[in-house]
Design a protein. Structure first.
Length: 669
């Protein structure tokens, strides 16, 4: 390397005296975006430092996808070389952010001048140096600031007492003005630029209700139509749900159709599994004729919207043996040596009524385009939420491509991943674009299990890309806890799901505490997957009112609109779990205590984090039980609770702090 080339190389490297690292949040070094919804903040932290003792300045740069110009906000030094700043997501589009930092010669000089003058040293030379720095700022300034800065620079060079010149140089107005025109020619900017995947609020906060529309018939011997299913909408909306999720609504195959309780042979009249999609009557873009027509479905979606419900559809990329694709595109499926098409298996389970796609088919590109077209078909019919069946059995690259393509045109589309699989695969699906995911919550029952699992989701980097949706049950999963615990178990799991996560769901029948399973399994007896169910929704032993109350509490308390603000607090009874959520400004504080034992009364002491909520040990404060409407005066950190599962196994408190008025009259906020 020549001396000239080496000199240029060294000169370039001088601009990197400031070191920026460990920016958070970021996912996989910026390979994947962090997630936020419109209105949320992105709080950015970075480790920023340089050699020596020069002062630093740093700025957080951010912009939305539709803007070319960066906006910026100053970063604030906290401690141990950590700087922080935040910005708010304002529009439904991707956002980008990075950090820029530079040396600040004026602040460095100012600090040195102050120390020297305070030590009664001669600062004549320092004042000349300051004049040069301020002249440089003037050159970057605009009028009238330029003229004012030049006057300050000339003042520092005059032969006047140093005391006057120092006082002027250290004045706040000089500091403020020079800081407006920093020299950033040698600033360090972090690379790569980091990305935020932005979604609407329903991707973060919402209550889901799963319903088979065919089971809404007044006649238990036949499928309901969409016209008849509309009659269930007011009840579901009245319970406070936001999203009504429908399993597949498409024609169902005849070949190898499953009978009741997953029997291999169907009897006449057995409707089959909705996940065995496709027949001579249509495909993934058709409606089962027993339900009605596409026009009927359109009216159903419109009626749901009138009741404040948004419809979510199931996306199950698989076919029955009778699906039109099987004849039209046999190359899209896996074949045995005898050329027959393989059905789906998850040994020892066999799904003879389902053919999985071969995503490594030589014609994979056309398959991918066709499946993308299925999603777009339903989007064009006003569907913006999709629950995706078993996405972990399809290539990650496929989902990354499909979701990205859809979001470019429809940024309001939400994808829920139904992937009960290994954590890293679940996390990978979230990273590549799924809005939410089913979780292991269904099988976390003890205090220790719940705390460990929730901390893994909310107190690690997982929180930046993985949004948990706590479904209490599904048509496939009736957990043992619900099978054995009776009505209190359903109330317990409801409160935990609805208050720990900002998104949760129940499968219909939960409100009736349906708990009959095949012995030794988590499969429902008389599973609705294989037959039409007829229920008495007016039963007196239902927990509809309890569900309604919990959903109302969620809507009325902004602290419950988020998941990552969850904090656990001590209790001296292993059956009592105590946790809380609060808004950033502490205007809304919700505390929850749940008896995890559905069989016995449990009592004990819970420990309040007084300092976290701005309380002192001597304060008396009120906690208002929003479930039972009781109001209790607590004092200090340790307070007593007693929960009887036969009445209500949980209490959801809103903290109402004592306030003194000018008349010395106490009341509670």
């Amino acid at each position: 390397m020549s001396r000239k080339t080496m000199t240029r190389h060294i000169s370039d490297e001088l601009s990197y005296r400031v070191w920026i690292e460990n920016i958070r949040p970021q996912v996989n070094g910026g390979r994947f975006p962090v997630k936020r919804t419109v209105g949320e903040k992105v709080t950015v932290k970075a480790d920023i430092f340089a050699d020596g003792h020069d002062a630093l300045c740093a700025a957080l740069l951010y912009r939305s996808h539709s803007k070319e110009t960066w906006r910026e906000t100053p970063m604030v030094f906290r401690e141990n070389d950590v700087w922080t700043a935040d910005f708010t997501i304002e529009t439904l589009e991707p956002y980008y952010y990075t950090v820029e930092a530079w040396l600040d010669p004026f602040v460095t000089w100012r600090n040195c001048l102050s120390k020297k003058f305070g030590a009664k040293q001669d600062v004549g030379s320092d004042l000349q140096e300051g004049a040069e720095i301020i002249s440089g700022a003037a050159a970057r300034a605009v009028e009238p600031d330029r003229e004012w800065l030049m006057q300050i620079a000339m003042l520092l060079q005059k032969d006047t007492p140093q005391e006057k010149r120092v006082a002027r140089a250290l004045g706040d107005e000089v500091f403020a003005l020079v800081s407006r025109f920093p020299d950033r020619t040698k600033a360090t900017r972090y690379n790569p630029v980091l990305k935020v995947m932005v979604e609407r609020e329903l991707a973060r906060f919402g209550a889901w209700y799963e319903m088979f529309p065919r089971s809404c018939s007044p006649d238990p011997s036949r499928s309901a139509t969409f016209v008849e299913a509309k009659k269930r909408l007011p009840d579901i909306a009245r319970m406070g749900f936001d999203i009504l999720y429908l399993p597949p609504i498409h024609p169902i195959g005849i070949t190898n159709r499953k009978g009741k309780d997953n029997r291999l042979q169907a009897s006449p009249g057995d409707p089959g599994s909705p996940w065995a999609i496709g027949s001579a009557e249509g495909s993934h873009t058709s409606v089962h004729p027993d339900l009605g027509t596409l026009e009927d479905f359109k009216h159903f979606v419109e009626a749901a919207r009138v009741h404040g419900l948004e419809i979510a559809l199931d996306i199950a990329f698989q076919c029955s043996p009778d699906h039109p694709y099987v004849k039209e595109h046999p190359e899209w499926f896996q074949h045995r040596p005898d050329e027959s098409i393989k059905y789906a298996e998850n040994p020892p389970k066999r799904y003879e009524d389902i053919y999985p796609f071969n995503f490594e088919s030589p014609d994979w590109a056309n398959l991918w385009i066709e499946l993308e077209g299925v999603v777009r078909f339903w989007i064009e019919r006003e569907i913006r939420i999709f629950r995706v069946d078993n996405p972990h059995t399809k290539p990650l690259r496929f989902w990354e491509w499909l979701i990205s393509a859809i979001r470019r045109d429809y940024p309001d589309v939400i994808f829920l991943s139904e992937a009960f699989t290994r954590p890293k695969i679940m996390y990978a699906l979230a990273k590549i674009g799924f809005s939410q995911s089913y979780t292991y919550f269904t099988w976390r029952n003890t205090k220790r299990e719940l705390i460990k699992y929730l901390k893994a989701l909310t107190a690690t980097e997982v929180r930046e890309f993985f949004r948990p949706n706590f479904f209490t049950n599904t048509p496939d999963i009736l957990p043992e806890y619900l099978q054995l615990g009776g009505r209190p178990a359903f109330q317990i799991r409801l409160v935990l799901a609805a208050t720990m996560s900002s998104s949760y769901g129940i499968y219909s029948g939960f409100e009736l505490c349906e708990n009959e399973a095949h012995p030794g399994t988590e499969e429902y007896l008389n599973s609705e997957k294989y037959e039409i169910r007829h229920r008495d929704w007016r039963r007196s032993d239902s927990i509809v009112e309890y569900i309604t109350r919990v959903n109302a509490i969620r809507r009325d308390n902004p602290a419950l609109w988020y998941t990552n603000n969850l904090r656990f607090y001590p209790s001296n009874n292993e059956h009592l779990i105590f946790y809380g959520k609060s808004t950033e400004n502490l205007s809304n504080i919700v505390l929850v205590v749940v008896n995890l034992d559905p069989y016995h009364v449990q009592e004990g002491w819970v420990e309040m984090p007084l300092e976290e909520y701005g309380l002192t040990p001597g304060d008396v404060y009120q906690v208002h039980d929003l479930l039972g409407e009781g109001r209790f005066l607590w004092q200090g950190s340790k307070n007593y609770v007693r929960l009887d599962p036969s009445s209500s196994p949980a209490q959801i408190f809103r903290l109402r702090r004592r306030v003194k008025t000018e008349r010395d009259f106490d009341y509670f906020l």
